[in-house]
Ligand binder design. Structure first.
Ligand code: G6P
Ligand code: G6P
Ligand code: BGC
Ligand code: BGC
Length: 938
């Protein structure tokens, strides 16, 4: 009797074991699975086999994992797992790097999962609407990342058409439709709020990104949940279905489909087939149906029915719950395997729809669950081994260390799944060390990170595209180095033309001798007054140069107004105004009774035959006082001063601002032999060999030449590079036909150039949606200082918005980017042209000195150079590129050209004193300290 019972039990046991043996895979079988998976991965990547591959290898259009610089506030949807979630994700970068999330879980009723597509998406939008209300964010148009955990064929990060529903979804009219379009349409239908859908993301990809945010080695995402799937970073060159070979892209393998072509039939059991046949997508997702939470319980149920039918379980009685599809959820499977004591297990089983009642039954049920989940974990492990081996081979590594980000209820809740999975990977991919990191925050966080990355990428691409469009539009303002070298040699010829006696009368670049023969030598001293007229400010300075131990300079400055009606009135009025300001200055500084020698910085082209004479050739910039051109400005000023009865020594020297700047900088750096101004106007002076200056007698030594390069091009020499905008500027100026180079380069004209360009672009509909305001049409409304503000790297775009708003246009973000780029092109052109002309001067200096390399210093001043955030760097770089044989130090004149003028005056005064002494010695005249009648030179 005992033997009969024992035999029955033994037979029972054997039958159960035999049934479950089909689920036990040995190492060799697992290796075969790994290798077959590898074959399918490759087939999915290749163009010729992609369409028939069971592992679809879908490009995800995610090119990089997060780098920690992501930031912003995003909305995320997370659809396709156990829960449907709507989230707000706030990402901070930098030292306060963090991610904060607020989410709400919504149910998707069964009838909606399997209703119409429209119903499903309307429901999703209804949930979003509720969430936005809950968060009080209905009116903020947030960028949205959409985790959609189904196979999608993507053509971009924000485009993906559903290949086929999987798991529990079967809504009609969705397959082969773009899910982003469907969501957008539903948002439109609701007509309550707007969202900017930036990215559609598979949950594997979201998980990988979530984990990669913390661990940069994470390049694989695994989901072992309701469904099963993996993504990883693949080399672009291996993804034949996408153009391009550079870098990497994430591939969503959709390994759930593995075996759809019959390649794993040898390990599929009749229970797997039964589960497949009873599923929503029979024949599909065969690997998923052996490995994921949605189906494991179903496999268990099929086995239990089989064992029951064969009288091996539940006393052969098939209960109603056992007949119910889906009764076994993943969580039950996990719970059953977690219970250690049989007693608790029985209670649990009874609780779980009264499935088990006896102790033996419970043990068998637990064994069945164990066999099914163990096989699932082993299969996932085999699949993962194929993936990591592929990555290792891609990278040509002996050994690969990599992290897998994992999510999913099966992995998280099952007591043994993760251990078996890891053991299998270790066994089947011995050359890889694989770490598994659990995603704590779901893939919604990853979707937000992808949205941030995609946004940044899109913004960058969009900006590049916009800039390219403007580059094309303003192509005639962008010069190659070849063109600049050509301009440089043209200017070099102009310099020579201006120096030669024969050609000087027809030269546009006048090359005016200044009678300044050297830079300061450190012996200058005295108490001087400097007038500084012609730049944006009219200044009067007292400059005290003392000489105790070390030469030191003390300066006191006053700035005076030069009203428009005065600089455009009569010359007499203008000089009376200057004299009046001088009187005021002397009074204010209590030097009325001191007869101080005066140096006059006069920033206009003057013909000089001596230091204290300057015949104004022509007004430039904003000045246009009548009766001054052709006159000696020293005489005019002297007259005006005398008229006011101001006591002073006399005007000892008139200097151009370039010369003043060179002398100011020469005070600190004895190598300084060039002075340039890039301000309201532009100009340069440099030290030329006397033997080359045919207009001045003598061949010894050097003299400073005021080039007056602003007039370069007045003979048509620059017509090939001038644009219609430049011609318009010239026509509207005070001195049409003159100073054409200056009008392309200097601060007085650059703002206006930008304004004209903006008006034209707006007229053509390229800016401001074609809107033109009266302010935009008003001359002078856009100033060069605005260019400087707009080109600031940090706050430039917000400045653009502010400045354009003041012009009455409401600029879009793209308008601001476009305007910033227009400014950059105009200011870059200016810096390039100045670089070319300066380079010509430098090569001339180098040739004059007959040296293989020139080491020199250029003194610079001017508001454009000083205030524009990029100008100096661009100028320096271009000069160094154009004349690599010159080592140039650019020295900013910190104290204007007044100090330099004082230096010249000191020299003149000393020479004058010496001359007086000589005169007194020879004539015995001891009277006064007025100056002699000789012409003076420094
Ligand atoms: C994550 C994601 C879900 C995903 C799920 C898989 O949490 O946020 O979008 O589908 O993992 O897990 P489940 O077990 O819920 O299918
Ligand atoms: C220096 C001089 C001025 C000169 C100016 C050019 O500061 O002292 O005389 O004209 O630079 O700059 P601006 O931008 O004012 O024309
Ligand atoms: C889907 C995948 C998804 C996986 C995990 C599968 O059914 O096809 O796209 O990643 O489930 O949720
Ligand atoms: C004048 C120059 C002056 C330059 C910079 C030009 O308009 O012609 O003499 O140096 O502006 O101020």
């Amino acid at each position: 009797m005992v033997t009969a019972v024992a035999q029955r039990l033994l037979s029972q046991r054997k039958q159960v074991d035999d049934t479950l043996a089909h689920f036990s895979l040995n190492r060799d079988q697992l290796r075969v699975v790994r290798d077959k998976m590898r074959v399918e991965l490759e087939r999915g990547l290749r163009k010729d086999s992609h369409s028939s591959a069971s592992v679809k290898m879908l490009p995800a259009f995610v090119f990089q994992t997060p780098d920690g610089t992501e930031r912003g506030k995003y909305l995320a949807l997370d659809l396709g797992g156990t829960n449907f979630r709507v989230l707000v994700v706030k990402i901070r970068s930098g030292i306060r790097k963090s991610v904060r999330m607020y989410n709400k879980i919504y149910a998707i009723p069964h009838e909606i999962m399997q209703g119409t597509g429209e119903e499903l998406f309307d429901h999703i939008v209804h949930c979003i609407s509720d969430f936005l209300d809950y968060m009080g964010m209905k009116n903020t148009r947030l960028p949205l990342g959409f985790t959609f955990s189904f196979p999608c064929r993507q053509t971009g990060i924000d485009k993906g058409s559903l290949v086929s529903w999987t798991k529990g979804f079967k809504a009609t009219d969705c397959e082969d439709h773009d899910v982003v379009d469907m969501l957008r349409d539903a948002i439109k239908r609701r007509n309550e709020f707007d969202l900017d859908i930036v990215a559609v993301v598979n949950d594997t990809v979201g998980t990988m990104m979530t984990c990669a945010y913390e661990d940069s080695k994470c390049e694989i995402g695994l989901i072992a949940g309701t469904g099963s799937n993996v993504c990883y970073m693949e080399d672009m060159r291996n993804i034949e279905t996408v153009e391009g070979d550079e870098g990497q892209m994430c591939v969503n393998t959709e390994w759930g489909g593995f075996g759809e072509n019959g390649c794993i039939e040898d390990i599929r059991t009749k229970f797997d087939r039964e589960v497949d046949e009873g599923s929503l997508n029979s024949g599909k997702q065969r690997f998923e149906k052996m490995t994921s939470g949605m189906y494991l319980g179903e496999i268990v149920r099929q086995i239990l029915i089989d064992l029951t039918k064969r009288g091996l379980l539940f006393r052969g009685r098939i209960t109603e719950p056992l007949k119910t599809r889906g009764i076994f959820e993943t969580k039950f499977l996990s719970q059953i395997e977690r219970f250690i004591s049989t007693y608790t297990l029985i209670i649990a089983l009874m609780h779980l729809q009264s499935l088990g009642s006896t102790c033996d039954d419970s043990i068998i049920v637990k064994e069945v669950c164990g066999a099914v989940s163990h096989r699932a974990a082993q299969l996932c492990g085999a699949g993962m081994a194929a993936i990591v081996e592929k990555i290792r081979e891609n990278r040509g590594l002996e050994h690969l260390e990599i992290t897998v980000g994992v999510d999913g209820t099966l992995y998280k809740l099952h007591p043994h799944f993760s251990r078996v999975l890891k053991d299998t990977v270790r066994d089947l991919a011995p050359k890889c060390t694989v770490s598994f990191v659990l995603s704590e925050d779901g893939s919604g966080k990853g979707a937000a990170l992808i949205t941030a990355v995609a946004r940044r990428y899109c913004d960058k691409r969009r900006q590049e595209w916009l800039k390219l469009r403007i580059d094309k539009y303003l192509y005639s303002m962008r010069f190659s180095d070849e063109t600049l070298l050509e301009i440089m040699s043209r200017f070099r010829r102009e310099l020579e033309k201006g120096l030669s006696q024969d050609t000087n009368p027809t030269a546009t670049v006048k090359m005016l001798p200044t009678f300044v023969r050297s830079i300061p030598d450190g012996t200058e001293k005295g108490d001087f007054i400097a007038l500084d007229l012609g730049g944006s400010n009219f200044r009067i300075l007292r400059v005290k140069v003392s000489h105790e131990k070390k030469q030191t300079v003390q300066m006191e400055t006053e700035i005076y107004d030069t009203p428009e009606d005065i600089i455009h009135g009569s010359g007499t009025r203008l000089f009376d105004h200057v004299a009046e300001c001088l009187g005021d200055f002397m009074e204010k500084h209590k030097i009325k009774d001191k007869k101080l020698p005066v140096g006059f910085t006069f920033s206009f082209p003057c013909a000089q035959t001596k230091l204290d004479e300057g015949i104004l050739l022509t007004w430039t910039k904003r000045f246009k006082a009548s009766g001054v051109e052709g006159m000696d400005v020293v005489k005019l000023l002297n007259k005006a001063i005398k008229k006011r009865g101001v006591r002073f020594t006399d005007i000892m020297a008139v200097v151009n601002d370039t010369v003043g700047t060179m002398m100011t900088c020469g005070f600190d750096d004895h190598r300084c032999e060039v002075g340039i101004i890039i301000g309201t106007g532009t100009n340069a002076c440099y030290m030329e060999e006397m033997r080359h200056i045919e207009l001045v007698e003598g061949d010894e030594g050097r003299m400073c030449i005021n080039t007056e390069w602003g007039a370069f091009g007045d003979d048509g020499m620059l017509e090939d590079i001038r644009t219609d905008f430049d011609r318009d500027i010239d026509r509207g100026s005070l001195n049409p036909g003159k100073q054409l180079f200056e009008k392309m380069v200097s601060g007085m004209y650059m703002g206006e150039l930008v304004r004209l360009i903006l008006v034209k672009m707006a007229r053509e509909g390229l800016l401001f949606e074609g809107r033109i305001t009266p302010e935009l049409l008003t001359k002078g409304k856009f100033e060069t200082k605005h260019i400087s503000a707009i080109e600031k790297s940090k706050e430039g775009l917000s400045k653009a918005k502010e400045i354009l708003a003041r012009l009455g246009v409401e600029p879009s973000a793209d308008d601001c980017i476009a305007v910033q780029h227009v400014c950059a092109i105009v200011s870059f052109r200016s810096a390039s042209l100045v670089a070319a002309t300066l380079a010509a001067i430098l090569t001339r200096l180098k040739d004059n000195k007959h040296v293989p390399r020139l080491k020199t210093t250029v003194g610079i001043d001017g508001s454009l150079y000083k205030m524009h955030p990029q100008y100096a760097r661009r100028l320096h770089k271009t000069v160094r590129r154009l004349v690599p044989e010159c080592d140039v130090r650019f020295l900013l004149s910190e104290s204007g050209s007044g100090k330099g003028a004082a230096m010249v005056t000191a020299w003149a005064y000393r020479l004058c004193g010496d001359a007086q002494q000589n005169l007194r010695h020879s004539s015995g005249d001891h009277a006064g300290n007025g100056r002699g009648g000789e012409s003076m030179e420094v």
